[in-house]
Structures are given as structure tokens and as C-alpha cells.
Ligand binder design. Structure first.
Ligand code: AMP
Length: 394
């Protein structure tokens, strides 16, 4: 069965075509910087690698480009769009309605649209990807895996806010949790590796979006993002935790409009607001040259993560392993080092030379004999989505 996974972000589409159940990757690639004249398209099969820069102004144009690469007479991997049996879409916010992999229906699409204000950087792009895929791959089954789904197990103690009860009961204002596909995938890998019946894990997903999850015996029990993917850690352009009084102050005293505050918190804050740079590679390079703002931003980012490690170790009453994943978690030895230093009290000891080694598979970077394992695990949201879609279809 050929399953095409489409992971649409605000300005990117990542995709993989997998042959299931073997999970053999037929091709994979991405289109980044959608909306610009210099969008970067990458496409890789066993025998070909194509990387080109084109103007790609919309997700529709991006998906058309991907389709033409899949069908190309020289580098393509399918003869017709009908060769695709199913499409798996990642959707960030599923609210309280969807905790399982779901078939796309008109009702589901309406719900995704209605949740867009809670995930403005993601849900509109995710929905656009679904609409385009329905048009182009009209014979394929369209399925959705929601980022919120893995967090359906968070107990009420952790997911309920201390607000009047009716806001939880009637309006479903609660913490939902995000990056679920990634946290699920890497925590399952960690559990296979640890080979223990009961485990207490902290999974740290550090990419453009950043989140941290406490996972007990394979189930999410607490998570740093909340009602929307904006709470918690310092991210590329999102502030993470702030005192909500600041919003009232900005509106009532500084005279900012709510739209301006929303844009400021989601698109202009985080590492971008602190340093002027969004990409951690630039921030590390600047810090290396002595840029004080960049040094402070890296330290603030690591400090926030440490606080969550302490909180989640307490909430689970123990810790077997910490997982680092996604673009920064997998690649930045500096961030891992800043996070793990001075945590001896928690039996956390990082081995500096192992931390510097690069690999594309699971690796352990704690010192020998350390009680808490420190694991770098490459995430694979696309494979996780394919597994879930295949499971539902069969
Ligand atoms: P993701 O959202 O998982 O694609 O991660 C994107 C983030 O990963 C960006 O902030 C990149 O700067 C960061 N990243 C990717 N490669 C590296 C690297 N080698 N060192 C530091 N950060 C990296």
C-alpha cells in the first residue's frame, strides 16, 4: 500500500511516500519558504536527488510541484496519481473532538477551520494541504493524524486550568498538548531501547516550535504547550510562558491592538525577539563571536527547559531518561550541554565527547553508569503518521 504523508507547516511542506507495511521510503522531500520567489524544493529517491529553487507562492503550487516530481518520467516513482492509496495529513490542533486517526469528512474540515484561531500558524496551512490533496489525489483515502491526539491521556489535574469550572466543562478550555506525533514516536523508540516494563521519560522536542512532555509508561501525563501551541518553552518566534497580565498591560496601557499582541507573541518573540535571529545556527554563530544578546538568549532558553525537567521529575516522582529530538534537539550539542549542566542533583550527567558525536540514529550521551539516560533520537513524524494511517485502513 502506497501512503503519501503530507506535513504542511506555515511556509513549508514536508512529504514522504512510504510503502506499507514495510515502511520502505519510496521518496521524501520538502518545500521550504513557500510564499517566496526562492522556495527550496528537495526530492530524494534511492537513485535520484533533486534540489531546486523556484518561486512557489502558495501551498497549492507547492503540492503541484511535489506531484510533478512524483510523476516525472525520469526521477518519478508513480505512473499516475491513482497509484497513491492513501494520504496521511498532519494537523496540529484537533481540540477535544479528535484523539484518534480520522478520515477526512466535511465535518472534520469545518472543525479544523474553527480551531484555526488556536493554531494560527498551522491549522490554516494544514487545511489547505488537505483541500489540495483532495483535488489532486482524488482517488486516495485522506486521513488525518492530530498533534493533540497523543496527549489525550493527560490527567485532569494537569490539563485543567484554575478557571471557573464551566469554562472547562462547557467551553473545553483546557491544555491540549502538541507535537504529539513526534513525542509518541521518540518515546516508543526510547522504551524499546530501555527495555523496561515501567518508564518515566521526559521528551524534549526542540525545533522551530519547542515543547516538553512527561511520559509515564508510554502515556503523556503532562506537557508544556497548553490550549494553543504557544505556552511553555522559548521557541523560534513564540514567547512560551509569560504572565498573562502583560497582555492586559500591552492593550490597556500601551494601546496595542489584540491582533498586534497576538502577532507579537507568536511571530516576533522567542529567540527572534531576543536576538534578531530565528535560526539557532545563526544564534550559535553570533554567540561564538561574543554577541551578548545571543549568549543570554541561549542561556534563557536552556534555563526554561531545566525548570520543566525539575517540574516533570517531581510530577512523575522519578526519571529514567531524557530524550532530545527535532532540528535543535538532534543537532545542537551546545543546547544539550547548556540544558544538562548543573543537574547532578537529578543524576543527570552529560558526556561531553559523546555529545559532540553526530549520527542519524538513536545515541546515548550520558556518562557511563549515570542513572538518567540522555538519548538523542531523530524524530520521524511522517513514519509515525504512515503507521497510524495503515493501522486504521487495515
Ligand atoms: P525543525 O522545526 O525540527 O525543522 O527544526 C528547525 C530548527 O532546527 C531551526 O531553528 C534550525 O536552526 C535548527 N537546526 C537545524 N540544524 C541545526 C544545527 N546543525 N545546529 C543547530 N540548530 C539546528
Amino acid at each position: 500500500m502506497n501512503i503519501l504523508i503530507i506535513n504542511s507547516g506555515s511556509s513549508s511542506i514536508k512529504y514522504q511516500l512510504l510503502e506499507m507495511p514495510l515502511a520502505k521510503i519510496t521518496c521524501l522531500g520538502s518545500i521550504e519558504r513557500i510564499g517566496s520567489d526562492e522556495a527550496i524544493s528537495t526530492y530524494k529517491t534511492d537513485t535520484h536527488k533533486v534540489e531546486k529553487t523556484y518561486p512557489i507562492l502558495s501551498h497549492k503550487a507547492g503540492l503541484e510541484r511535489i506531484t510533478s516530481l512524483l510523476l516525472d518520467s525520469e526521477t518519478g516513482v508513480i505512473n499516475s496519481t491513482e497509484d497513491i492509496d492513501a494520504i496521511g495529513h498532519r494537523v496540529v490542533h484537533g481540540g477535544s473532538n479528535y484523539t484518534e486517526t480520522t478520515l477526512v469528512t466535511e465535518e472534520v474540515k469545518t472543525k479544523i477551520k474553527s480551531l484555526s484561531p488556536l493554531a494560527p500558524l498551522h491549522n490554516p496551512a494544514n487545511l489547505e494541504g488537505i483541500l489540495m490533496a483532495e483535488e489532486i489525489f482524488d482517488s486516495a483515502k485522506q486521513m488525518i493524524v492530530f498533534d493533540t491526539a497523543f496527549h489525550g491521556t493527560i490527567p485532569v489535574t494537569a490539563k485543567k486550568y484554575a478557571l471557573p469550572n464551566e469554562l472547562f466543562e462547557d467551553k473545553r478550555i483546557q491544555a491540549y498538548g502538541f507535537h504529539g506525533t513526534s513525542h509518541k514516536y521518540v518515546s516508543e523508540k526510547a522504551n524499546e531501547y530501555l527495555n523496561k516494563k515501567h518508564t518515566k521519560l521526559i521528551s524534549i522536542h526542540l525545533g522551530n516550535g519547542c515543547s516538553i512532555t512527561a511520559i509515564k509508561d508510554g502515556k503523556s501525563v503532562d506537557h508544556s504547550m497548553g490550549f494553543a501551541p504557544s505556552n511553555g518553552l522559548v521557541m523560534g518566534t513564540r514567547s512560551g510562558d509569560i504572565d498573562h497580565s502583560i497582555i492586559f498591560y500591552m492593550v490597556n496601557t500601551l494601546g496595542y491592538s489584540l491582533d498586534k499582541v497576538n502577532e507579537l507573541l507568536n511571530k516576533k518573540s522567542g529567540m527572534l525577539g531576543l536576538t534578531g535571529f530565528n535560526d539557532l545556527r545563526d544564534i550559535e554563530e553570533e554567540a561564538g563571536k561574543g554577541n551578548a544578546q545571543c549568549i543570554l538568549a541561549l542561556e534563557m532558553n536552556a534555563y526554561r527547559i531545566k525548570k520543566y525537567i525539575g517540574a516533570y521529575t517531581a510530577s512523575m516522582n522519578g526519571l529514567d531518561a531524557i530524550i532530545f529530538t527535532a532540528g535543535i534537539g538532534e543537532n545542537s550539542s551546545l543546547m544539550r550541554q547548556l540544558i544538562c549542566k548543573d543537574l547532578e542533583y537529578f543524576n543527570i550527567y552529560i558526556d561531553d565527547s559523546k555529545n559532540e558525536l553526530r549520527a542519524s540514529t538513536l545515541r546515548e550521551i550520558n556518562t557511563k553508569g549515570a542513572k538518567v539516560k540522555l538519548l538523542v533520537i531523530p524524530t520521524n513524524e511522517e513514519l509515525e503518521i504512515a503507521k497510524q494511517v495503515y493501522k486504521l485502513l487495515t
